[in-house]
Design a protein around this ligand. Structure first.
Ligand SMILES: NC(=O)c1ccc[n+]([C@@H]2O[C@H](COP(=O)([O-])OP(=O)(O)OC[C@H]3O[C@@H](n4cnc5c(N)ncnc54)[C@H](O)[C@@H]3O)[C@@H](O)[C@H]2O)c1
Length: 349
């Protein structure tokens, strides 16, 4: 059976998930992985039976036997490894947010387009069945023309203070609202054109993490619809889930609510009460299933069938442009136009 020969850059929480899923997938072969710490490289290679590990990803890219490479580094560090992956002639599966500047995103699209390479951005929520159903219902006109949306993704304070060591180099909007902005573009079938945002920096700064506690933004779309995006990193750790996730779309003839605060399961024990996360990334009968695993699998099909990924580099670029406008507005206090693509088909790859 034909397989996609995969390399992975970054072996943190997400990088390990890629190694786990792809090393168990019949259509993938994880040829090599890379991370900056030798101990971590050795640990992942031995755990998932991967033959080659590197502490310098550029050495890994010198191999001749790679078809595609995953970039799973922190938010602000996707561009350079993704650029090097594409320049080495490999397809790229890049974690969200695609990049943290529009110029970087445009540069990646330009390189991929010139070399006829695929980019998929890991906006895995599109593979979640209720979200996909919402998209198809909206596209069929079941709720009328989308008029407005609201999306909240709020984490417990555990995430910026313990879970990711680089929270001070990003914001809850880059980390969390990136998913929701991608969803809203998809649901509205329209592109963001203008953003206005407000944020608070108090609690996390006092805890030694120099970033926003909470950001709310309002984004106007070309269709005339508008949406509010909220992302927070300060829910108390007593909240029964790592993340409180809610999306609403109001149309002229109906509405859709997608509430993932509780993913169908609630557990109380003598030590606590929890809504365990099950829908994105959960082992079932010995293999990881859920939207994240499906997103990874469809990247393999896109490479093997030479088809366009369901979430492209252009989608990543549009989300980055919206978030760039949101962050400019946070600093300036003014409404900011979302930087539009120059045009041309190269922006769509
Ligand atoms: N798609 C999703 O649902 C989802 C969920 C969580 C995180 N993420 C994204 O995945 C990415 C990785 O997150 P994570 O939680 O695995 O982070 P992590 O801190 O656990 O892992 C990051 C890895 O990158 C390496 N690294 C750090 N800086 C680097 C650099 N400059 N060059 C090369 N390697 C570098 C680190 O050594 C580590 O191995 C982030 O962009 C994050 O937003 C996506």
């Amino acid at each position: 059976m034909e397989q996609v020969r995969i390399g992975i850059i970054g072996l943190g929480i997400m990088g390990e998930s890629y190694a786990k899923i792809y090393s168990a997938h019949p259509l993938a072969q994880v040829v090599a992985v890379s991370s900056r710490r030798q101990q971590r490289v050795d640990e992942i290679c031995s755990k998932y039976d991967i033959a080659c590990g590197y502490t310098e990803y550029k050495k890994m890219l010198e191999r001749k036997d790679l078809d595609a490479v995953v970039v799973a580094t922190p938010d602000a560090h996707h561009f350079i490894p993704a650029r090097d992956v594409l320049q080495s002639g490999r397809h790229a599966l890049v974690e969200k947010p695609f990049t943290t500047s529009v110029a970087e995103a445009d540069e990646l699209l330009r390189i991929a387009d010139a070399a006829n390479l695929k980019i998929q951005v890991a906006f895995n929520h599109r593979w979640l069945a209720p979200y996909f159903h919402a998209k198809t219902q909206i596209a069929k006109g079941e709720i009328g023309m989308p008029l407005a949306g609201f999306a909240r993704k709020n984490d417990t304070i555990f995430v910026p203070t313990e879970y990711i060591p680089w929270a001070g180099d990003t914001t809850p909007a880059w980390f969390l609202s990136s998913h929701d902005i991608d969803l809203m573009r998809w649901f509205f079938a329209s592109e963001p054109v203008e953003a206005r945002a407000w944020g608070s920096k108090k609690v996390l700064v006092e805890r030694g993490v120099p970033t926003y506690d909470i950001i709310q933004s309002q984004v106007k779309f070309a269709s005339g619809a508008f949406a509010t995006f909220e992302s927070a990193w300060v829910y108390p750790n007593t909240f029964p889930s790592l993340v409180d996730s809610f999306v609403e779309v109001v149309g002229g003839a109906g509405h859709i609510h997608l509430d993932r605060k509780c993913e169908s399961i609630e557990i109380s024990t003598e030590s606590g009460f929890a809504y365990p996360k099950c829908f994105l990334n959960m082992e079932v009968f010995g293999r990881v299933r859920g939207a994240f695993a499906s997103c990874l699998e469809d990247f393999l099909y896109a490479v093997l069938k030479n088809s366009t990924p369901y979430v492209t580099g252009f989608d990543g670029r549009q989300v980055t442009a919206t978030l760039a406008a949101i962050h400019e507005s946070l600093e300036s206090g003014a409404s900011v136009a979302v930087q539009q693509p120059d045009g041309g088909d190269n922006a769509r790859g």
